[in-house]
Design a protein around this ligand. Structure first.
Ligand SMILES: [Fe+2]
Length: 191
């Protein structure tokens, strides 16, 4: 039962990949993925996600999985504050600790609420965001800040500091990680 719900999220993510050349050039879609049962770990933001209507198929598939998904929050209240943790969360859809096990690449679906500022952070793995729904102001060292909406992508090189501000509303994004450091977590700060 729950497997079918996550299969839908995976299929909708693959459809985004198939329509987004920047994601395709980032890396091959994993060939070997095995569903693994994960406990439901709802975060407060699930309520916002379920109440936010958008016709994007991956948005809808994520809403349908939201109540039973294995939500994660990398950061502690000491790092980001109580409010941030009410308005943010992500699912590892596929990867070493994902709903679908693979070591080829990591795929996340991440949510940040309206008005949230995701401070400067970095990680060794290379990363690409693809906005599913909503929008955000993407900042990365060495580039001009830009507002990105549905379908737009942002690439971050290894250890390139980046930040994200939700100015006009919330954002839901498909995020892929590849390469060295893929098993690590993001670190706050710019160095
Ligand atoms: Fe990142």
């Amino acid at each position: 039962m729950s497997q079918a719900i996550f299969e839908n999220v995976l299929a909708a993510s693959k459809a985004v990949y198939d329509h987004t050349p920047l994601l395709q050039s980032f890396g091959m879609w994993p060939q070997n993925m095995t569903f693994q049962s994960k406990p439901a770990t709802p975060v407060p933001a699930v309520r916002q996600i379920k109440a936010w209507h958008d016709p994007h198929p991956l948005h809808i598939a994520t809403q349908e999985a939201a109540a039973i998904a294995n939500w994660k929050q990398t950061y502690t209240e000491e790092e980001v504050g109580f409010g941030f943790l009410q308005d943010y969360g992500y699912i590892e859809l596929f990867g070493p600790d994902g709903h679908f096990y693979t070591t080829e690449m990591r795929g996340y679906i991440a949510y940040w609420g309206r008005g949230l500022y995701y401070p400067w952070h970095h990680h060794e793995a290379e990363e690409i965001y693809c906005v599913v729904s909503g929008s955000g102001m993407f900042e990365a060292h060495g580039t001009e800040p830009k507002m990105l909406g549905s379908g737009a992508c942002q690439f971050h090189a290894s250890n390139q500091p980046h930040a994200l501000t939700m100015k006009d509303g919330p954002i839901l994004a498909l995020v892929l990680w590849r390469g060295k450091g893929m098993a690590d977590l993001p670190l706050m700060g710019t160095a």
